[in-house]
Design a protein around this ligand. Structure first.
Ligand SMILES: Cc1cc2nc3c(=O)[nH]c(=O)nc-3n(C[C@H](O)[C@H](O)[C@H](O)COP(=O)(O)OP(=O)(O)OC[C@H]3O[C@@H](n4cnc5c(N)ncnc54)[C@H](O)[C@@H]3O)c2cc1C
Length: 433
């Protein structure tokens, strides 16, 4: 099944609370005919838009091709959490790549948050960026790990923005009795993801990027002057960037083997004026489940809650019912709350849960597989890719040095294998292990 078209209407944003509260750009014309440019970018999410913006600022001529609308993909639908660090904690990274590279990966993750903030200010993006992500632990073992990691970040990385909470403390912060404790990361934040993506697109257009929407890329031929084919045209470029992430499909076999799409789901409740105990300080939260739940308040006082398990690529018929289940384990007081909209999106994971940066073929660059941590890292990927294409490859080489093996089972069998593994882990979540 094509994830680009299987769950969505062509050229339209999903019916999300985000789409209902964002100001879309005028629709850009599809590409027709034969064009040339310095860099051609496939995909108009954070990765593609940030790459385009950074390249255009360096003076390159840039063409961005998007199958639907800019911000159509995960970038316009996500939980909006701008987390600290990489997707893996620093202890795990130190064991995986050694202390020195782990330190540089931490520094890059700090750059990612800073870059998002800078772009919002510089381009006056109405992304409603707010501080604070709490990590709420369901078990004593998860809490011990959380506090040990906070101590490590303080001692070895000088990061002093994590505040610890015991059971009553986390209950006061979240309005839920479900957790044994946690942390609040004052250096992390949350934002309106679609408005942020649209703001990046406006900035890219202003910087001279040519954007074509409703333009499906059907093939990319490698070479010193790679060729990009679309349904109604083609582009000859000096370099091509594959920024399709979970929606990229089989456009490049090497990327497809390592970057695996998975779906995730969010609901928006009715405005919750009668529940002042839920997130009184307006922070976002993620819990310690393997199948993670995440939530925050919207500007109009709804609960935006993400979670729920579903394997296979077709969205479930009743997304609201799927997500309501974990939501009620945390907030049973919302049993009668109406759900006003529910939507799904496709992100991408890698085997080692670190992003995949590569030059899969001559003239072709790729970044993706942020494993649920792309709000910052995909934006930073844009800067890293633009620098690498311009010849400054230090950060790209560091990210690419975290090798990503292909998923076992190949493109056909990896989803059933993942479903099997996830069923096991979600059982553990339910048993509180
Ligand atoms: C429900 C959900 C919640 C999430 N929550 C968080 C969160 O809270 N924090 C966090 O850090 N991350 C989160 N993520 C992940 C995050 O959204 C992604 O990592 C990030 O948006 C990836 O950006 P991207 O530009 O690489 O991909 P996308 O935003 O998916 O963009 C890819 C684009 O490429 C286009 N495209 C693909 N193939 C083609 C083609 N052949 N031709 C033309 N165009 C093509 C697609 O149409 C799409 O618009 C979440 C994801 C989802 C789905």
């Amino acid at each position: 099944m094509s994830l680009l078209f299987g769950n969505d209407r062509r050229g339209q944003y999903p019916d999300s609370w985000y789409a209902a509260t964002a100001r879309p750009l005028p629709v850009a014309e599809p590409l027709r005919g034969h064009l040339t440019c310095d860099v051609c970018i496939v995909g108009g999410g954070y990765t593609g838009l940030s790459t385009a913006l950074h390249l255009a600022r360096q003076g390159a001529s840039v063409l961005l091709l998007e199958a639907h609308r800019v911000g159509f993909g995960a970038s316009g639908r996500n939980g909006g959490q701008l987390g600290s660090g990489q997707r893996l904690d620093q202890g795990t990274l130190e064991r995986m790549v050694g202390p020195e590279a782990a330190r540089r990966l931490w520094d890059l993750s700090q750059d990612a948050k800073e870059l998002v903030g800078e772009l919002i200010v510089r381009h006056r993006i109405d992304a409603a960026l707010k501080p604070g992500i709490a990590h709420a632990c369901r078990t004593r073992a998860a809490l011990d790990h959380e506090w040990a990691e906070a101590e490590r970040l303080h001692r070895l990385y000088g990061y002093d923005k994590l505040e610890g909470f015991d059971g009553p403390g986390i209950a006061a912060l979240t309005g839920s009795e479900r957790f044994v404790g946690g942390t609040l990361d004052h250096g992390a934040g949350h934002l309106h993801p679609l408005r942020f993506a649209l703001g990046l697109a406006r900035a890219a257009l202003k910087a001279g990027v040519r954007i074509h929407e409703n333009t499906l890329v059907t093939g990319v031929e490698e070479g010193t002057q790679p060729l990009v084919r679309t349904e109604a045209g083609k582009v000859r470029a000096k370099a091509v960037v594959l920024a399709g992430n979970g929606y990229l499909g089989g456009l490049d076999g090497r990327v497809a083997a390592r970057v695996m799409p998975i779906n995730n789901f969010i609901v928006a409740t009715e405005p919750l004026d009668d529940f002042p105990e839920i997130l009184p300080s307006d922070v976002a939260v993620a819990d310690s489940n393997f199948v993670v739940n995440y939530w925050r308040r919207s500007e109009d006082n709804r609960l935006l809650f993400g979670g729920g398990e579903s394997y296979g690529y077709r969205f479930p018929r009743d997304i609201a019912a799927l997500v309501r289940r974990p939501m009620l384990t945390i907030y049973p007081q919302l049993a009668d709350a109406r759900i006003d909209c529910a939507w799904g999106g496709t992100l991408a994971i890698t085997m080692r849960r670190m992003p995949y940066f590569a030059q899969p073929r001559p003239g072709i660059w790729a970044a993706g597989g942020y494993s649920g941590h792309g709000v910052g890292m995909a934006v930073l990927a844009g800067r890293i890719l633009s620098e690498a294409i311009g010849g400054k490859t230090g950060d790209f080489d560091l990210m690419a040095s975290v090798k990503q093996p292909a998923f076992p089972g190949g493109v056909a069998l990896r989803m059933p294998l993942l479903a099997l593994a996830m069923t096991w882990y979600s059982l553990r979540d339910r048993l509180g292990l």
